[in-house]
Design a protein around this ligand. Structure first.
Ligand code: GUN
Ligand code: FE
Length: 444
């Protein structure tokens, strides 16, 4: 039995390269927040479902110029870095962490500060059409519980990570787990506290979160691998993000960081690794074998990546890829802006950037992706990375949706034009409604 029917024009990813336009469809949502069917006007039940939902005041009809999209899935974002978004992007990764980011994250020992930041952060993600996010918190259990609470209160599907960083060589005294045992105990405590909290819609999932290889001792990496298996949980970390970070793993372990994570049982079908700009073909094959996903963070990569992730190549190889904002390595919570940057960066990878070289030696041929592929990353790709039935407008998926307004239409656009315009020009002001589990969680 439907509890909500949304009528209008919709776009959903068909596959990695194509978008499906659903014209004047009825998206039928059941009382548990699942899409149970999507009807087109030539469906025999269309008229009766329409009449019935209208009669029972369960119909939401989109106005002209409004479109229904799957909610976006931000596959990699640092919630405590929200106060720093759009600031402090002038240094390479290691300096940026030590000079700006660790001092900011350390402030989350104060729960009042955490509440203030996380309330606004969760609201802002929803306001940009993001319905699920895989998030790093800090090393503070109590602040991470505040983040989980804000997700439940405001209706964001949150994958929340208690960050582990216990390596005294790479983390300052004022912001470090003070022993491996304390770090692992904090992770386990966070998991248990989240799992015992009443959460009828099961919106929050705890995530095992070794910050990245440099931050963690061998014993912590091993312990987190065990915890992930014990509780059957997702894992998030950073991989091959920059020249420095890649070289660090080689110097310490004699292997790439992807192999290090694998050695400690941290590459699973529930793992999501951010960035990967420095991954080798062998690393990509390893991630594919383990069904570990990559969170592409194209804006952040401009500052810290020392390269462009070859998204087209990864998809062709069969790797799982989604899209992340990486606040505050990226300056905006908008996945629309990250969709645009993913396309732009791929074009620059194709052509190359050093015009002093002959054109045929400048770039990496066939690297460009389209807006349709970037949209796939932000929706279905992210959902597949999380093993979540969402990211598409289809029967059997969670009703995690956004209604957006296309305000610059002149009447001569094709359906494909409308899609492209939405990808390139939608801003938060154009996001009208957001639904998670079929529940209206944001209205503008
Ligand atoms: N590597 C380790 N920590 C971080 C972080 O907070 N942001 C980014 N972009 N990379 C990291
Ligand atoms: Fe990050």
């Amino acid at each position: 039995m439907e509890s909500l029917v949304i009528r209008g024009n919709a776009f959903t990813a068909q596959d990695e390269y194509h978008v499906q336009a659903l014209e004047d469809c009825l998206v039928c949502i059941d009382a548990d927040g699942w899409v149970d069917r999507v009807l087109s006007p030539d469906d025999e039940d269309y008229a009766s479902v329409l009449a019935n939902s209208r009669q029972h005041h369960q119909l939401r009809e989109l106005a002209a110029g409004e479109y229904l999209l799957p909610g976006f899935i931000d596959l990699h974002v640092h919630a405590p870095q929200w106060p720093q978004a759009g600031l402090a992007l002038d240094r390479p990764l290691a300096d940026w962490l030590n000079v700006y980011t660790f001092p900011l994250e350390a402030q989350f020992s104060d729960q009042t500060f955490a509440r203030k930041v996380y309330r606004d952060f969760v609201k802002t993600l929803l306001a940009h059409g993001t319905t699920a996010a895989m998030m790093f918190g800090t090393i503070h259990v109590d602040a991470n519980l505040v983040l989980a609470d804000e997700c439940r209160r405001q209706g964001l599907r949150g994958y929340v990570g208690q960050v582990t960083m216990d390596n005294p060589d790479q983390a300052p005294d004022y912001y470090r787990d003070h022993s491996t045992a304390a770090a692992l105990a904090a992770s386990e405590q966070f998991i248990q506290r989240v799992q015992e909290t009443v959460d009828p819609d099961r919106l929050v999932t705890p995530v095992i979160t070794p910050r990245f290889v440099p931050s963690c001792t061998d014993a912590a990496l091993a312990g987190l691998g065990n915890l992930a298996a014990k509780y059957d949980l997702p894992i998030q970390s950073h991989v091959s993000e920059s020249n420095w970070e890649s070289q660090y793993a080689i110097d310490r372990f004699g292997m790439h960081d992807a192999a290090v994570l694998d050695h400690f049982s941290l590459l699973t079908s529930q793992s999501v690794l951010a960035h990967g700009t420095q991954l080798t073909t062998g690393d990509m094959q390893l991630l594919k074998q383990r069904q570990t996903a990559i969170a592409h963070c194209p804006i952040s990569n401009v500052y810290f990546g020392n390269g462009v992730l070859p998204v087209h190549r990864l998809l062709a190889l069969g790797n799982q890829v989604g899209l992340g904002s990486d606040i505050s390595g990226g300056y905006t919570p908008s996945l629309y802006h990250n969709i645009r940057q993913a396309v732009k960066s791929s074009r620059m990878l194709t052509d190359g950037v050093n015009s002093q070289l002959p054109a045929q030696h400048r770039g990496v041929a066939d690297s460009q992706i389209t807006a349709a592929t970037a949209f796939y990353l932000a929706t279905a790709g992210g959902a597949e990375a999380l093993n979540l039935a969402a990211g598409r407008i289809a029967a059997g998926c969670r009703a995690d949706l956004q209604v957006v307004r296309a305000h610059r239409l002149w009447g001569n656009e094709t359906t494909a034009d409308v899609f492209e315009r939405l990808m390139y020009q939608t801003e938060a002001a154009d996001v009208k409604n957001v639904y998670v589990n079929g529940r209206l969680v944001y209205e503008n």
